[in-house]
Design a protein. Sequence first.
Length: 417
Amino acid sequence: MTTLPLSELLGATVYDPSGAPSGRVREVTLAPQEDRTRVASLIVKTKSGNRVLPFSAISSIDANIHTSTNPADWPAANGAEGLFLLDRDLLDQQVIDINGRKVVRVNDVELQIDSVAAPGNPHTTMRVTSIDIGARGAVRRLLRGLAPRTALQLLVQKIPPRTIPWTFVDLIETDPARRIKLKISNAGLAKLHPADIADIVEDLAPDEREAVFRTLDEEVAAETLEEVDPKVQKSIVESLDSERAADIVEEMDPDAAADLLADLSQDHTEQILVEMEPEASQEVVELLEHREETAAGRMTTEFLALPVTATVENAIGVLREFEGGVETVGTIYLVDSHGTLAGAVPLAKLVLAHSDTPLLSLTSEPLVSTHETTSDNEVAELFDKYNLVTLPVIDKRNKLVGVITSDDVISMLRSKL
């Protein structure tokens, strides 16, 4: 097993079975739909034009390429349909390092060469093992052809390597049709925390952000969008078609969705609302009617509220079916038959109580709430004074209409910095 940088493979001489030079390597290809790591073929520049040299026809690789077949047997390279070209599509391109949670630029590609001693058919295979994002790859490419090969190898060995395993790399493809054809997805990226995905997305160009959001499922995309800077949020949603945008907005917390849509043009907002499910759309519309800098403008309408007669067993049943954000389940609220706020039960108290315990006996005192028209500053003061995780919002009839969570307050304070 040996390794070879892509920059050294490009331009290498290709020799036919008789030992005569037949051309030079112009490209190295992958067929991602078949194998994401194994090199499928080389594109060789010959006297008769560019030809595709399959790896099964390569007998050995040293500083050059030695083949077991003649150039006449290699098909003409009439296009790169279904192929990922390492020089064109990877070198100098931005990719996502999902392990380091950042966007990086590719300076070179490390390839692993294995000789296969199959009876009657000895050949070589090659796989992409890592990408070089450091000075070693940059210097190697810069000085290639200007310095003797041996001297260049000695020089780059003195430079500390900075590589990322190929398995930790997510590619960015802005052409939807090509991305589907090559089966390029951002599956690795989708496993990261939404806050980390947001940081990565903010480092990408607008068309690259759009490409990423088209590959993420709606739930992950929604959670990520909530973490992105509001200006970037707006740019991303405006780049998506209304149907895709609606699918993502539906998965967002209603308050976050309302804040986002409030920044869009009225026409665009209406297009998205029309595409959303009626119930989700109605929740957002109601929140859009409130001023953003008030408690009502900050609250979410997804919260847990049970009748004053409910028991711990009732609460556990509701918790199991709740589909709202986890930040709102820290407190269960009690309301009377008119929806009037009557009490608040911390989730921690349910763990220690028997299933038949009335929730009313577990309420915390004092019951802190705020009105719809309360200002942002007053809301922040209440969270600070009482060390709150959630704050219930009531209307003028003391009816529970929403809940403000601590992350809403943190976002509000950050926007004022």
